[in-house]
Ligand binder design. Structure first.
Ligand code: KG4
Ligand code: ZN
Length: 466
């Protein structure tokens, strides 16, 4: 652990404030993120201000490979990281000496990509004598709404969080900022990868926001139709395409587990049988069916997860949805309807970060590090990367959830497995975050969500596409 002695600026605040007003902390963190294909740097304050948010996208480098090519990504991070940091400082009108701490994504992610951000962060911290915090990428996605949601509608623990990205499909129970337990995860592939693969099979041009966003865009805009084509012919082509397009399955029905491989392999088989040649209407029918099935699976697992929580007496009032796929508008609408159907009597708030902070960014990394900086719970410069890292490991003291109890792939399904739920002591899951940080002299980290924060920040962002 790395002591508070390095937090020169906040200590100065404290010393000053001890003799005058009640302590008021304002910490400024520079964070870098490079776990996959975007090179990100951002500066955020403990008062919920986003001072800069730089995202250098690499989509055009990877389009030819049909997915993230690790070596290409590593090289691009190496090229772009110094410029991203420089730009984040310039846009915040700050010098690096004004920053109180350096945060970075410690994992999970592509090892070589993570190492670029990690080395940059550690070197800066060591050279400048600043404290360092390595952040869990999925925790950061889950905590983003504490930065972006108005203070009167922040999620309250325990809440459910659905994290849908290129690397993960997770339904988690969050009972403190660092206590997450898995209700459902994917048995094979993530929802984001399935979006990417189907988008590629349909030869959709990657939009500025990548293949998943391109598929969503195509579903919204519809097939490009020939203006001279008669209206009746159009309709005929559409219904013929609907008849022809494959049925996309809803796997693992009734089980708390995701599976996405079957969705894109159904599309792949269909395309293969037609030698890769399909008309525009069929392409559209496949895209919309896939999107419906991909999101439908989330809806089904969410309804199951809520049923499980209800049976256990866990009162869920908020659902946080984040990760790249959470920027999908169709998903947002469907999940709202799903919550209304699954919990008609008890309203459940649905909280999304703004789309630009659902996809990877360093703002969320800075924000997730804030509590640890405030508590003086910082990392040694020698800390290693965790390219594979379960979000549950952030808090090993809380009891695990027995997945079988919740009807996972090996279990019997939530509808039939009631008797075993009693094994979990949910009460002991609900840790008071403050008690975990009691070594910290900078005050109670729970103040991070106290009402002295400013209102919702505009998602200030500088995106540069390669
Ligand atoms: O969280 P993220 O930016 O990076 C990872 O941590 O993986 O998520 C990236 C994933 C990609 O698979 C991307 O295609 C997908 O999120 N994605 C979308 C949309 N925007 C990004 N998928 C569906 N609809 C979107 N609008
Ligand atoms: Zn992510």
């Amino acid at each position: 652990m790395y002591g508070l002695t390095r937090l020169s600026r906040p200590l100065a605040f404290i010393t000053r404030n001890l003799t005058t007003a009640p302590p008021h902390r304002n910490l400024t963190v520079l964070a870098v993120e490079s776990s996959a294909d975007d090179t990100c740097a951002a500066i955020v304050t403990s008062e919920r201000q986003i001072l800069s948010n730089v995202v250098l996208r690499q989509d055009s480098y990877h389009e030819a490979y049909g997915g993230i090519h690790p070596y290409v990504a590593i090289e691009a991070h190496q090229r772009n990281m110094p410029g991203a940091v420089r730009r984040a400082l310039e846009e915040a009108s700050m010098s690096i000496n004004d920053v109180d701490g350096i945060a970075y994504t410690r994992g999970p992610g592509i090892g070589g990509c993570l190492s670029v951000g990690s080395n940059a962060a550690k070197t800066l911290a060591a050279a400048l004598n600043k404290p360092l915090v390595g952040v869990h990428h999925m925790q950061a996605h889950a905590l983003t709404p504490f930065l972006t949601t108005p203070v009167d509608s922040l999620p309250t623990y325990p809440f459910l969080t659905l994290l849908v990205s290129g690397g993960h499909t997770l339904l988690l129970l969050a009972s403190s900022p660092r206590t997450f337990r898995t209700l459902a995860t994917t048995l094979d592939e993530s929802i984001g990868r399935a979006f990417d693969k189907v988008s590629r099979m349909l030869s959709l041009p990657w939009s500025q926001h990548g293949p998943g966003a391109a598929l969503e865009q195509f579903c919204m805009s519809g097939p490009t139709s020939d203006p001279v084509e008669a209206e009746s012919e159009e309709r005929g082509a559409r219904s013929q395409a609907e008849l022809e397009a494959p049925h996309i399955p809803l796997p693992m029905r009734g089980r708390l587990a995701f599976s996405y491989t079957g969705l894109h392999s159904t599309v792949e088989r269909f395309m293969h049988a037609r030698g890769g040649i399909i008309d525009e209407h069929t392409r559209y029918a496949i895209a919309t069916r896939f999107q419906m099935a991909a999101v439908g699976q989330l809806e089904e697992k969410l309804a199951l997860g809520l049923r499980v929580c209800r049976r256990k007496g866990i009162d869920i009032r908020h659902l946080v949805v984040s990760g790249g796929v959470a920027s999908n508008m169709f998903l947002r609408q469907r999940l709202r309807a799903c919550l209304d159907g699954a919990s008609p009597d008890v309203p459940i708030s649905l909280i999304f970060p703004p789309p630009s902070l659902c996809t990877d960014n360093a703002v969320m990394i800075a924000w997730a590090s804030m509590q640890r900086f405030l508590a003086g719970d910082t990392d040694d410069y020698t800390i290693e990367l965790r390219s594979k890292w379960s979000v549950e490991d952030l808090d090993n003291s809380a009891p695990k959830l027995e997945l079988d109890d919740f009807g996972d792939s090996k279990g019997k399904g939530v509808g039939t497995d009631e008797g075993t739920f009693g094994r979990l002591d949910i009460g002991s899951l609900f840790h008071n975050a403050a008690s975990r940080y009691e070594g910290g002299n900078l005050g109670n980290p729970e103040d991070l969500v106290a009402p002295h924060f400013v209102g919702q920040q505009p998602a200030l962002q500088t995106v540069v596409s390669a």
